[in-house]
Ligand binder design. Structure first.
Ligand code: CTP
Length: 415
């Protein structure tokens, strides 16, 4: 975030409102400016005095206290910021936002703003899971509002589940992603239509290897590091998309502004992908294990001293990309990766048809060009589409990610 970034922070009425004080402090620490708006409920949990002291700005609570209403003070307030953050976003606020109710200062500002909006939900688990709330969240996301996933854990009300306000640091990371310089800018092939070209879109990315248990201590795995998939998730978030990253077991930091779901096995990855739908674009970068142990043992398999080796029968894993291609909620653009060691483009072209993907990004993992792709930092890719093949120079994985997101943003813009 740059010094001088202006945030309009709307604080709803829930116990998590106290965490918004910490958020104000974090934004200020990074040089941002904050103006706070308290709903009537919000004012029951934190006082205007606290927020005014922390933000060093006047705090607004009602439509009627804006001095310059002759100059449409509420409209001005909604436009002055470069980002509107609703934290905590209660079930009530989300419902009003989804239906366009403007019955107070906060809801009026949300309807009047022409700036991006980030909503950070916090509520009881049953309220979050209620079909009405889920409908409202889906509607808001379709309208282009970034709604964060609440955290899971014990709640102030004594229940357990998703609904907790994400930690202020995580909210800060999401805020930063709105202000981060577009990684595509400065690229040799940067196109203006790609700038924030994925705003309002949901991008689903799989990354990393999967681990297929043999017994509680052993597993089948592969050498994927997850770096390419994580770089793609980061580039998609920086292009303005809401990103769900389904990650196999890897040692990588979650990119700013990305919702991450950790999984171990191929079957868990498929379930997480299906739970994340609908998505506008899916990019399947994970190196999913093709096979799992047919009968994973619940107990550690022991040597019996006879010198005989236990048999390891394999079963085929579901193909996540092919399943998605046939699904009722198939994303509009479905991109697969293909790790190949020979006849790279021919195999990728056949794979595109066989799996029903729109594009296949083929990477040469033969190591022939002196680079180790699996686990390495660079990649040589060929983008295979229905209309042909585009081969890119060998380049660092973040640049491959930026180039791919650039092509995707153009495709979506032209669709
Ligand atoms: N993929 C998947 N689910 C699987 C296997 C692969 O979703 N069970 C996806 C990968 O994420 C990738 C694409 O399919 O986007 C191709 O993966 P790859 O391993 O190259 O293809 P395979 O089907 O395993 O083909 P082969 O091993 O014969 O090359």
């Amino acid at each position: 975030m740059d010094a001088g970034n202006k945030i309009l922070l709307i604080i709803g009425g829930g116990i998590a409102a106290y965490k918004s004080c910490e958020l104000v402090r974090l934004i200020r620490k990074e040089g941002g400016e904050v103006t706070c708006v308290l709903t009537e409920g919000g004012a029951k949990f934190v006082t205007p005095m606290t927020l005014a002291a922390l933000s060093e700005n006047p705090v607004h609570t009602t439509l009627w206290d804006l001095k310059n209403e002759a100059e449409m003070g509420h409209i001005q307030l909604s436009r002055e910021a470069d980002l509107v953050v609703v934290c905590p976003a209660t079930a009530d606020l989300l419902a009003k936002m989804a239906t366009g109710v403007a019955d107070g200062l906060a809801t009026t500002l949300l309807l009047a703003t022409d700036k991006p909006v980030l909503a950070v939900p916090a509520m009881n688990v049953k309220m979050w899971e209620h079909p009405a709330t889920q409908r409202n969240v889906a509607q808001l996301r379709e309208d282009g509002i970034r709604v964060m996933q609440p955290d899971e854990g014990p709640m102030a009300c004594g229940e357990f589940g998703p609904g907790r306000l994400p930690e202020p640091e995580a909210v800060m990371a999401a805020i930063r992603s709105f202000h981060a310089p577009d990684p595509l800018a400065g690229q040799p092939d940067f196109a203006p239509e790609a700038h924030r070209g994925l705003y309002g879109k949901h991008v689903l990315v799989t990354a990393g290897p999967t681990h297929e248990p043999i017994d509680p201590v052993r597993y089948i795995a592969n050498r994927s590091s997850g770096k390419q998939g994580f770089a793609i998730a980061a580039a998609a978030a920086a292009a303005g998309a809401r990103v769900t990253l389904v990650a196999g077991p890897v040692q990588l930091e979650t990119p700013p502004g990305v919702d991450r779901v950790d999984v171990e096995s191929a079957r868990e990855m498929l379930a997480a992908v299906e739970a994340a739908l609908p998505a506008d674009i899916a990019i399947m970068v994970a190196a999913v294990a093709d096979w799992r142990a047919a009968d994973a043992s619940g107990q550690k398999i022991k040597k019996d001293g006879s010198g005989e080796v236990p048999p390891l029968a394999l079963a085929e894993n579901p193909d996540i990309l092919a399943t998605l291609a046939k699904s009722q909620s198939r994303p509009r653009l479905l991109v697969g990766f293909a790790a190949e060691t020979e006849h790279v483009v021919d195999h990728a072209t056949a794979k595109r048809e066989r799996k029903g993907a729109d594009w296949i990004v083929a990477n040469d993992v033969s190591g022939a060009k002196g680079q180790s792709v699996m686990g390495g930092d660079a990649n040589t890719v060929h983008i295979v589409t229905a209309s042909g093949v585009e081969s890119l120079e060998p380049m660092p994985k973040p640049r491959v990610a930026a180039a791919l997101i650039d092509r995707i943003a153009k495709e979506i813009a032209n669709a």
